[in-house]
Structures are given as structure tokens and as C-alpha cells.
Design a protein. Structure first.
Length: 224
């Protein structure tokens, strides 16, 4: 039977979380907001609108949201030609594809940003589909991005594993009913990932690749 390997991208396959922290911080600073970088870091992984709401609160001037998002997009876009993939990210996706997994991305990125991330990973031959911010109405931690990825793969939740680096990823995967694997390369502590639903946690894609035989990928039953 088909099995799906669903991956978050930022901080999971590409080393971009701290670029997002810096560019969001600068976007907030330019608009006159003092938002601590550690708070921005904890919010990375949310869609732009949700991230702004999380950091500025519901009593903010919502008319400013579009300007903040555009400022972040412009600042972050300066790095599109040199986004660094995490170690063995492409090899991991190709290995799973070779082993019969349907590899799908589930990311809050879209448009030119998603294209830049896919170029950085360099494994388009292994990626069968992408559930992006352009495809869903509600982002992580809602389950919709993961559920849409499963629809694209044509695989039920019990036949899938989701890999991500944030609490938002783990909550989204858990709510979608899939087995969740966390990675530490996004900078979120192991305990936080486990508390949000991670069944196992690895340092980065390379560590997961070297441990696949003992990971939740190996424990997924071949038949239901």
C-alpha cells in the first residue's frame, strides 16, 4: 500500500528559521514595534497573518498586517538565491522516494519563496506534490496543511509520517492523525517538540536518514 512522507520545509529541510527571525524582527522594527527575537523565533512556522497576530495581539491595528507581511517578504527575498539546505535534506527525500514513499511538502511558504526553497533542496525528482500556503485557508497549527498533503498523496493518515521542526508542525500533524517526527535544526527544544506530539526527535535530516531503520518510518505497518 501507498505510504506518505510529509515534510515541513523551513527549518526542517532548509536552514532558514533564523533568516525569518531577523527579517521579521526588522519588518516589525521598521513599523515601530519592539518584538524580541526569541519571541519571533517561537512564532516561526506560523503563516504571516497568524504570526503577526501571535506577536502583536488581537488589539493591534490590523490594517498594518499587509504592510508588515510585505516588508518581511521583501527583506527575506534578498536571500532567495542562497538559501542553505540542511545536511542531507535532498538525500533523505530521494532515499524515501526510492523506498516507495510518496514524498509531499507541507509548508506555509508559497509562490517565489516556495520555488526558492525547492531549488535549495535540489530534490524535485523525489517530491511528488506540495501543499503550500496558496492551497489552504488555515495554516499550521491547524491540521489543514497536513490533511491537504495526504489528499495529494492519496494516503490515509495512518499510512503517513510528518516531519517538522516547530511546535506548530507537531500540533498540525497530531491533529491530522499522522505520526510526527521532530528535528532540532529549527532551534526548538526537544522537550517542546515531544510535548506537542513528536514520537521521535532527531538532530537534522542527516541524523534521521542514518536512523531510518529505527525511526517511525520503519515502524509504520506495510498493511492495514
Amino acid at each position: 500500500m501507498e505510504r506518505a512522507a510529509v515534510f515541513d520545509v523551513d527549518g526542517t529541510l532548509v536552514d532558514t528559521n533564523h533568516l525569518h527571525v531577523t527579517t521579521w524582527w526588522e519588518a516589525f522594527r521598521q513599523a515601530g514595534h519592539q518584538v524580541p527575537m526569541h519571541a519571533v523565533h517561537r512564532a516561526v512556522g506560523l503563516g504571516s497573518e497568524d504570526l503577526i497576530a501571535h506577536l502583536l495581539g488581537d488589539d493591534r491595528d490590523k490594517d498594518e498586517d499587509e504592510q508588515l507581511s510585505a516588508a518581511h517578504k521583501a527583506l527575506y527575498g534578498q536571500y532567495f538565491d542562497r538559501l542553505p539546505p540542511l545536511r542531507d535534506a535532498g538525500r533523505l527525500l530521494r532515499h524515501l522516494d526510492h523506498d516507495g514513499w510518496t514524498v509531499v511538502l507541507a509548508t506555509s511558504a508559497g509562490g517565489a519563496e516556495l520555488s526558492a526553497l525547492r531549488r535549495a533542496i535540489g530534490a524535485d525528482d523525489a517530491i511528488k506534490a506540495t501543499a503550500s500556503a496558496d492551497d489552504v485557508t488555515e495554516g499550521k497549527p491547524a491540521p489543514e496543511p497536513v490533511e491537504h498533503a495526504l489528499e495529494l498523496a492519496g494516503v490515509p493518515a495512518e499510512r503517513a509520517v510528518f516531519v517538522g521542526d516547530t511546535v506548530w508542525d507537531m500540533k498540525a500533524g497530531s491533529r491530522a492523525g499522522v505520526r510526527c517526527v521532530g528535528v532540532l535544526c529549527g532551534g526548538i527544544p526537544r522537550a517542546d517538540l515531544v510535548g506537542a506530539g513528536a514520537e521521535a526527535v532527531y538532530d537534522d535530516p542527516a541524523a534521521l536518514l542514518s536512523s531510518l531503520a529505527d525511526s517511525p518510518f520503519a515502524r509504520l505497518p506495510f498493511e492495514q
